[in-house]
Design a protein around this ligand. Sequence first.
Ligand code: ATR
Length: 279
Amino acid sequence: MGERNKLAVIGDPIGHSLSPLLHNTMAQELNLPYDYTARQVTVEQLADWVQTVRQEGWSGFNATMPHKLHLLDLVDEKTEEVVYFGAINTVRNDKGHLIGHNTDGDGFANMLAEHGLTFRNARVAVLGAGGAAGAIIRKAVRDGAAAVTVCNRTVEKARSLCREHPDVLHAAALDTPLPGDTDLLINTIPVGGNVGDDALANLRRDCAVIDILYAPPKTPLLLAAEERGMLAVNGLGMLIHQAILAFAFFTGASFDQPEMARILYKTTCNLTKSGVVSS
Ligand code: ATR
C-alpha cells in the first residue's frame, strides 16, 4: 500500500471528535489515500504544531477551539472566507505554503438548504454571541437576511457584534421576547444555558428552530419546538457539511456533496445518540 496523506483536527480539549470518522469515511468512499486523526494541541503548542505540519508534509488540518483566531497569525495565505469571517477552521498545506480557510458559514448554509431553508430575506433570531454565533450572524448578513436579532446574556457582547451591520443586526437581552415574525431561530448557547420553551412563546408554528448542538440529538429547545409542531434541526448537519467542504478543500476532489452528506448521516446516526461526541 502506498504512503497515505496525513490530515488532522486539532483542539484543546479535543474530546471524542467526530471529524476523524467523517473524513476517513469520505476518503474511503472516494478511494483517496488520506488518514485523518484527532490531536490535542494546546495554545502554547500551536506554533510548534504548524511547524510540524510544514516539516512532516501534512496535507492539512482542521482547527476547533481555542485555535480559530490564533491561526490568523500563523498561515501564509487567507481565503476570502477567512477575511470575511475573521477566523480559520481549515488549513491546507500546499508544499509548505499554508492556506487558511473557513467552512463555518457555508457549512451552516448548506445544512439550511438541505431542509429547504435559506437566510435570504429571512427574519432570524440568534441566541448567544460567542464564536459560533458570530460566524452564523455574518453568514446571515452576507446571504441577505432581512433582520437578525442577537440575544445574549451579556448584552454588550451582542451589541458589539451588531455594530458590524447596524441596518440588519439588532441586539437584545436573552430574556427579551423574540419578534413574532421570526422565520429562523438559531441557538448557539451550550447545554446548561437552559434555553427551552420560553424562547418559543412568541413564534409562529412555521418558524424553523435550529440548535447547533447535536449531542444529545434533541436538546430541550428542539423537543419543545417539536411538541409545537415546528421544524427542529440539530447541529449534526452543520458539522457534516463543514467537513464535506473541508475535505474538498484539502483534496481538490469534486464529488456529489448531497449524496456524501447522506452517507455521513448514516455513518454517524448511532454514535450521536450516545451523547459523547464533539466536533
Ligand atoms: P461558541 O464558540 O460555541 O459560541 P463561546 O464563544 O464560549 O462558545 O460562546 C458561548 C455563548 O453561550 C455566549 O454567548 C455565552 O453568553 P455570554 O456572552 O453572556 O457569556 C452563552 N452562554 C454560555 N453559558 C450560558 C448560560 N449558562 N446562560 C446563558 N448564556 C450562556
